[in-house]
Design a binder for this molecule. Structure first.
Ligand SMILES: O=C(O)c1[nH]c(=O)[nH]c(=O)c1I
Length: 310
């Protein structure tokens, strides 16, 4: 069974890597992913300056997934750019740099610098952080996205991608796709970011479980799988020639298979990686291989995007 993926001029041994935000804030964590069975690496979304993020507790796992309101804690853009400068690209695992400026100008400043650095890493521009008090998710404002992407494509000549929030309405899928299809160098969309502003309650303590925003946070894990799959499949249909990166609810080879069947080129692991550690990559890859062998598939292209309808 062949799990290799070639896309955007990249060759990956397998379709699995971390979701931005998990096991990727420090060089030590990034190296844990890079030296694991993962096929690629992505950094924590960054801002020009380092950020401490929201007060703790700001993450909590539950039997069905996770809730987080980290608040964009990161070591600052230059820390990740320097990692990208020394990154061993020849070893064959691509590096993606996640950028999440607090303003469009912050994103443009980071992208201008990244363009000038002429590094092989690819930017994933985060349009969907749900945990910055007082800041709406850009991905839900279609006109603002159009304006931002127009300037981003102007300052960054290379291929780039965006991290999208989940959408829940066919009209919104269509409206966002119309914006995204305007930009030929926008080559991939990562669906989905966490489902924003959920509330997890601890019955014993009659309390919320995270401190920021009186307990509101982004949901991940099994909670979000059907929504993630819907976003992958809809954007796979609506963005001809672009790639969809699947993210949300992947705990085993079965969910990885679902995301790829729905159209994902590659897939990211968030909550499961946070909870299990980097061993999750090898386990999930083995499960995916076994599932493919049982079904008689030799490679990912044998089933990618071939979800049947009734
Ligand atoms: O709170 C965070 O740091 C965070 N948390 C998320 O669930 N998604 C994001 O894009 C971000 I930037």
């Amino acid at each position: 069974v062949d799990l290799s993926v070639s896309w955007l001029g990249l060759a990956m041994a397998n379709p699995l890597y971390n979701a931005s935000g998990v096991m990727c804030r420090s060089v030590a964590e990034l190296e844990q992913v890079r030296t694991s069975a993962a096929g690629a690496v992505i950094t924590k979304s960054c801002t020009p300056q380092p950020r401490v993020g929201n007060p703790e507790p700001r993450y909590c796992a539950t039997p069905l997934g996770s809730i987080n309101s980290m608040g964009l804690p990161n070591a600052g853009y230059h820390y990740y750019r320097d990692y990208a400068r020394s990154y061993p690209y020849a070893a064959g695992k691509p590096l993606f740099l996640s950028l999440s400026g607090m303003t469009l100008d912050e994103n443009l400043d980071m992208l201008r610098d990244l363009a000038a650095a002429e590094l092989p890493c690819l930017p994933e521009v985060n349009l969907s952080c749900p945990n910055l008090p007082g800041k709406p998710q850009l991905g839900y404002d279609f006109q603002a996205c159009r304006e931002a992407l127009t300037q981003i494509a102007r300052v960054y000549p290379g291929d780039f991608g965006v991290k999208l929030p989940p959408y829940f309405d066919p009209v919104h899928f269509a409206q966002m796709a119309e914006v995204l299809n305007t930009f030929p160098t926008l080559r991939f969309v990562t669906c989905i970011n966490s489902i924003g502003n959920g509330l997890v309650i601890d019955v014993e303590h009659e309390s919320v479980v995270i401190k920021p925003k009186d307990g509101l946070g982004g949901l991940g894990g099994s909670y979000v799988l059907p929504t993630a799959l819907a976003n992958v499949r809809e954007f796979y249909r609506l963005l001809p020639g672009k790639h969809v990166v699947g993210c949300g609810g992947i705990n085993s080879g079965r969910e990885a298979f679902m995301h790829i069947l729905a159209g994902a080129t590659v897939v990211q692991i968030g909550t499961c990686l946070y909870e299990e550690g980097e061993g999750a990559f090898a386990r999930i890859l083995d499960e995916l291989r076994q599932l493919m062998a049982q079904k008689g598939y030799q490679c990912l292209d044998d089933f990618r995007g071939k979800l049947k309808t009734l």
